[in-house]
Design a protein around this ligand. Sequence first.
Ligand code: PLP
Length: 321
Amino acid sequence: MDRQGKPFASALDAIGNTPLVELSRITRGLDGRVLAKLEYLNPGLSKKDRVALQIIEDAEANGSLAPEQTVVELTSGNTGTGLVIVCAVKGYPFVAIMSKGNSAERVRMMSALGAEVVLVDQLPGSNLGQVSGGDLELVEQAAQRIVAERGAFRADQFRLAGSVRAHYLHTGPEILRQSGGRLDAFCDFVGTGGSFAGCAAAFKEHDPRIHCYVVEPEGAAVLAGEASMRPNHRIQGGGYSMPVLPLLRHEHVDGYLQVSDAEAIETARRLAREEGLFAGFSSGANVAAALQLLRSSQRGKTIAVLLCDSGLKYLSTDLWA
Ligand SMILES: Cc1ncc(COP(=O)(O)O)c(C=O)c1O
């Protein structure tokens, strides 16, 4: 139901306007607050529904997507799920190209929603659940081939402005509204960098003193200028060891934080057990980074994070073992 008590016209109207919840249990004993945006409550169970809707509506508006044209994108599962939901409602066939390294739930969910899912082998020696930049390069090559073969629209989440605009126009302003504009910092685990870029732009516009931190996996902090020693980390959805992200604006980055696999996993488990919030690896990474900040430069401050996707997407992994 919308605010006037009328039903929404479609699932697309249920995207966004997610709750912001203070993590008052996990921060016990620390000085300061962490506010978590429950992005896993979007219809596709992740923040990427917002990006999918923005990219498709931008493309409709600028004429780069024709009625009934096939839409193609590479995905770790979340953008694909958002896109198949948007495409189902709007009547576009959708093809998801995904590495075999991502969890099986994502394939089944996209297929159930009507996507054609093309799975791409990982590089020799790679591990399931650990998608590296090299694995992603193979997925990119497959995506380019299929776009050319089918004359499809490429919903390119690494390059299209919709990836940023979704969060600049909606996620960031929602957080500002829900926190009463009283925010000191934001930290975000980066894949395409779209969430960071959009939220940081909205926050800096509101108050340039809001500190924005990029979060990377320990041992793969290439945006911070370090060499990638551990590209095969466990934090699905980002940390691809790509030294250049076209969507990221470095003037909005106040600092870089690193989170280990163990910290991300332990914090995701604490979110579930202590706060009743059932989210994935990268949500654990975001909250772990916020806790690092409360123990150091942002002591006593209010920090916002995104809980990017649902813990349901990782039932086949050992996150909940
Ligand atoms: C679970 C999850 N966390 C984090 C990210 C990174 O978000 P962004 O691409 O906006 O940097 C993604 C991106 O796909 C994701 O799926």
